[in-house]
Design a protein around this ligand. Sequence first.
Ligand code: FES
Length: 112
Amino acid sequence: MPQVIFLPHEELCPEGKVIEAEAGVSICDVALQHGVEIEHACEKSCACTTCHVVVREGYDSLNEADELEDDMLDKAWGLEPESRLSCQALVGDEDLVVEIPKYTINQVSENH
Ligand code: FES
C-alpha cells in the first residue's frame, strides 16, 4: 500500500504523519480518516480552495487535475506547480509527500 507522508503543520499535525493509504482514495479523505483535519469547506465538491495541498513527492502518480480543479487552484493561497486540491487528488500506487500550506483563503480573509 502506498504511504502518504504529511509534513509537519503547526496546527493540523505538528509532528507530521505517515499514513498507509489505499489507492483511489483522495488525499483529503486519507488525512481526515487519520485525524489530520484538512479544511474542506465545500464538502469536497471542488468548489473552494481550503483543501489545497502541495504534493512534494509522487505528484505524477496522482490522477490528473481536471479543468475545474485547475481553475479553483488558481485562487489558492500559496499556489505552487505541485499544488492540488486534496479532495480531488486520488492516491495512486506511489508514496506521496504532502505539505499542507500554512494558510487557506478562508484563514487569510479572516485574519487580515
Ligand atoms: S474541499 Fe472544497 S475543493 Fe476540496
